[in-house]
Design a protein around this ligand. Structure first.
Ligand code: GYE
Length: 312
């Protein structure tokens, strides 16, 4: 009897050890910014810590590559699919394929625009509209004693992406009843330094000293633009006020050098939240449809004090 009991216990333990590892297929947008690099690292590290097998795919900023990756995850019968959608629209067919294969999908970082909300389990990420509002509120406060027009140029993120659409929307919402604040030019810099520099050069050529403020949808574009402003013989952070979003280390360096005035935080450290959502799904737990990241605003004056604490 005792022996039989022991055999059963050992048998049970063996079974547990063999318990299948959860497999997560993750389709990343690319490596366009410091933010994205930190996001990828966070996901890879969190998967390791959670003992989740991660199949990682880089789409090089192309939606078609993300769709291919998702199809390949379905074919490989992964347990859960997660992805950061480069743009908002065009996902319904592939999401329906995942649903038909009974593989749950988690959205991280960026949202999709679908009529059918049952096509995805949850969306983990920041409130980009709020980030845009925070950027504009900082500007209004900063310019409260300024007389006359405030001419703003805007470097937008990737066309059709959730952060580009929402950061513009939140910013404009705060300025809509303030006629002195005018967005005189607005163009995409695709979230990269190189494009940010190139578009800022064009803005400067067209507007010259007419530009008072640059609003960049991410730090990388602001850093590219800073170079363009210096090359045009102007002082970034002084002749042109610069506001950007993300709060990556590069932004803190620019603030400590006096060249960037403020960065609105957008945390890329979504890995741990993603892994717990994956584990909860596999354990049959219900997930909230929206998991929002907590964030703050860092003006230039706080940069030196905050820099050593930054994790990305
Ligand atoms: O702000 C930008 C990145 O989707 C929130 O994508 C993310 C944005 C981030 O390339 O730097």
């Amino acid at each position: 009897m005792v022996l039989a009991g022991l055999v059963m216990i050992l048998g049970g333990l063996g079974c547990q050890a063999e318990k299948k590892k959860i497999t997560l297929g993750f389709s990343q947008i690319g490596a366009e910014s410091e933010w994205r690099t930190a996001n990828t690292k966070s996901i890879e590290e969190a998967a390791k810590t959670a003992g989740i097998e991660l199949k990682f795919s880089d789409a090089q900023q192309k939606q078609e590559n993300q769709i291919k990756a998702i199809r390949s995850f379905i074919a490989q019968k992964v347990d859960v699919i997660a992805f950061s959608p480069v743009v908002e629209t065009g996902w319904e067919p592939v999401l329906r394929e995942a649903k038909a294969a009974k593989i749950p999908v988690i959205l991280t970082d960026r949202a999709v625009d679908t009529k059918d909300e049952t096509l995805w389990a949850t969306f983990i990420g920041s409130d980009f509209v709020e980030e845009g509002r925070r950027a504009a509120k900082w500007l209004v406060e900063k310019m409260k004693d300024h007389q006359g027009a405030v001419n703003i140029v805007e470097l937008q993120g990737t066309v059709g992406s959730a952060p580009a659409i929402d950061r513009k929307k939140g910013f404009e919402e705060i300025l809509k009843d303030k006629p002195d604040f005018k967005i005189i030019r607005s163009q995409t810099g695709d979230f990269t330094r190189a494009k940010g520099k190139e578009v800022m050069e064009a803005f400067l050529k067209a507007e010259g000293k007419n530009i008072h403020v640059l609003y960049a949808h991410n730090d990388d574009m602001a850093i590219g633009a800073i170079q363009a402003i210096e090359e045009a013989g102007l002082r970034p952070g002084k002749d042109i006020l610069i506001i950007s979003i993300d709060a990556v280390k590069g932004a803190f360096e620019a603030m400590m050098a006096g060249k960037l005035n403020v960065t609105v935080e957008c945390s890329p450290l979504l890995g741990p939240q993603l892994m717990s959502a994956v584990s909860d799904l596999m354990a049959g737990k219900a997930l909230p449809k929206r998991i929002v990241t907590e964030e703050s605003v860092f003006p230039m004056e706080t940069a030196a004090q905050e820099f050593p604490k930054r994790k990305y």
